[in-house]
Structures are given as C-alpha cells and as structure tokens.
Design a protein around this ligand. Structure first.
Ligand code: CP
Ligand code: NVA
Length: 321
C-alpha cells in the first residue's frame, strides 16, 4: 500500500491539522509532568528513522532526533556529506534503497521536487523537514504556540502580518492560517512576493466557506494594520547567499521594530514570531528579546510538533486521530 506523506500543511484537512496541534499540546503537557503517554511510549522501538539533511539545521534536526528517541526509535542522521542525496545517485534509487531499510524518512532538501520525488518512490512515510516551498513542521509548532498564547477558542478571527520575504516558511503558515480561519496579510518588496502558482495553491487549500483572507502589499504598514501577530523570517534563505547584497537593499524598511508596529497600527497587544535562525536586520533586539516575543516557546514547540507528526504519520501511518 502507498504510505501517506507530510510534505506540506496543504496535505492535511483542517480537522487533521487541528488534531496534530491538540496531540502536540497534550503530549507536551503529559511529558512535562513526567508521564509518557501510552500512545507514544516505545512506539518506535526497534525502528530506524532516516533524517536526510542537505542543508544545515539546529531546530529541525534536534527536535526530530529527540522526538524519535522519546518514542524509543533510532534517528539516523545523514548529512549532505554522508549520502548521495540527489548527488551522484538519482533520487529514485536513493528513495527505493533507503526506504527498504528504515521506517520513515525526514528530509531537508533544496527544490521541493526533491522531497516530492523521494515521497513518490518511497515505501515508507516521508516528512518534509524544509524544502524551497514548504516547512510543515514549523507551521505545526507555530500554531501550537498561537493556540497557547491566545487560547484555542480565540484563534479563529486573529490577524497575522508577515513582513519580509515570501518564502517556504510563509507558504505553509499561510495555508495553516486559511485552514484555521486566521487572516494573513503579507508585505514583501516588489519582486519578492508570493509566486502566482503558490498563491493559487494557498488559496485552494482554504476549506469551502472559509472567510479567512490572504492579502498582499508592498507596504509593511498596510499589512500590519490591526494585526495580532507580526511574523518574519530571514531575508536570505539557505541557498540565496549570493543574492545577499541585493536582498538587503530590497528589504530596507522591513525591519520589525516597535516603531514600525506603532506606525502600522498593530493591536496594542501584538506578539512577535520568527522560526529562527534570526538576523538583526529583519527584527531588532528590542522586539526579538522583548515581552512580545514568542520565539523561544515557538522553537521549543518544534519538539512537540515533531512528536505529533511522527505519531500521526509513522506510528499511526497517516491516520491522524
Ligand atoms: N526553524 C528551523 O527550521 O530552524 P533550523 O533551520 O535550525 O532547523
Ligand atoms: N527560510 C529559511 C528557513 C530556515 C528554517 C530557509 O529556507 O533558509
């Protein structure tokens, strides 16, 4: 039978997405109080999960390794210097071979096609650990954080303002927002907006009858108006280093500061999120380390998100309950 994969939040129904969030939260509460839920204890015992990373990672690597270990499994980290992931061997061959030996693959790749191809030919579940297009594990952690901060029943109707590069982290976050009834306003400089095909995909992932909106502008203040949460990410994603000078110029005026939020008219109670790693050009220290910042609980929630995703896609084979 064909395994079910997690390549994007778009792969989930709103109910499944909510279930992954509740499972992450309840496992967090239980494990932090010293109880490992029966749904997790030893569930990956004797199983190897391949973590195939073509790019650097702190949070994704540590959270997935720790998540596999917490369920009694063996996380096998395979870095870009270790295996032939798309280099010197086709992804087809790699996928068929590795999936014949392990129980799941968690892969961080360059082009999204790479993880899609791994999934297509794999006999075991594949979880996307970041591609050029999506970062589903980040979005799960982000919504766990939003629910914890605002209260689960108050999430619908919130407004998120994304101020920065329209990138992989944004795309899955926007899909998550539309699935959860959260408005998302995106401010990106001209030339760095959401590509048309991606915008279609994001809009198509909204459930029928959803009133949540995706809006776009080139003016940060416009996106910020009335928002509950300001979010950004690096302006220079991994692999874009050669464009650094050009990008730093294009994003001038996009740094998130108290002053920008005030000028834009964010709600008084606005909070700040960032997937990390962070650079000071996109957000100043006052906001990043200040009382509004959710960045460290958000990073911790990567662990609970990884546990929930492994439970849903590996232990329960895509039956998200
Ligand atoms: N947020 C995130 O994915 O961080 P890493 O690149 O450190 O894994
Ligand atoms: N947009 C960033 C996210 C890193 C977690 C990148 O792709 O490098």
């Amino acid at each position: 039978f064909a395994p079910r994969h997690l390549l994007s939040i778009a792969d989930l129904t709103p109910t499944e997405f909510s279930t992954l969030l509740s499972n992450a939260s309840s496992h967090k509460t239980a494990i932090k109080s010293g109880v490992t839920p029966a749904a997790l204890a030893g569930k990956l015992s004797g199983k190897t999960i391949a973590l195939m990373f073509s790019k650097r990672s702190t949070r994704t690597r540590v959270s997935t390794e720790a998540a596999v270990t917490s369920m009694g499994g063996h996380p096998m980290f395979l870095g870009s210097g270790d295996i032939q992931l798309g280099v010197n061997e086709s992804l087809y061959d790699t996928s068929v071979v590795i999936s014949s030996m392990v129980s799941a693959m968690v892969a961080r790749v360059n082009a999204h096609d790479e993880v899609a191809n791994l999934a297509k030919h794999s006999s075991v579940p594949v979880i996307n650990a970041l591609s050029a297009d999506f970062h589903p594990l980040q979005t799960i952690a982000d919504f766990v954080t939003i629910q914890e901060t605002f209260g689960k029943e108050k999430v619908q109707g919130l407004k998120v303002a994304w101020v920065g590069d329209a990138n992989n982290v944004l795309f899955d976050l926007a899909i998550g927002c539309l699935k959860m009834g959260v408005d998302i306003a995106v401010a990106a400089p001209a030339g760095y907006e959401i590509p048309a095909a991606m915008k279609q995909l994001i809009l198509a992932s909204a459930p029928k009858g959803s009133t949540a909106k995706l809006t776009e502008t080139n003016v940060p203040e416009e996106a910020i108006k009335g928002s509950d949460i300001l979010v950004t990410d690096t302006w220079i994603s991994m692999g874009q280093e050669e464009e650094s000078a050009k990008r730093l110029k294009a994003f001038a005026g996009y740094q998130i500061t108290e002053e920008l939020a005030r000028r834009g008219g964010a709600k008084d109670s606005w909070r700040f999120m960032h997937c990390l790693p962070r650079h000071s050009e996109e957000v100043d220290d006052e906001v990043f380390y200040g009382r509004r910042s959710l960045v460290f609980p958000e990073a911790e929630n990567r662990l609970w998100a990884a546990i929930s995703a492994l439970e849903g896609f590996v232990v329960n084979k895509g039956n998200i309950v």
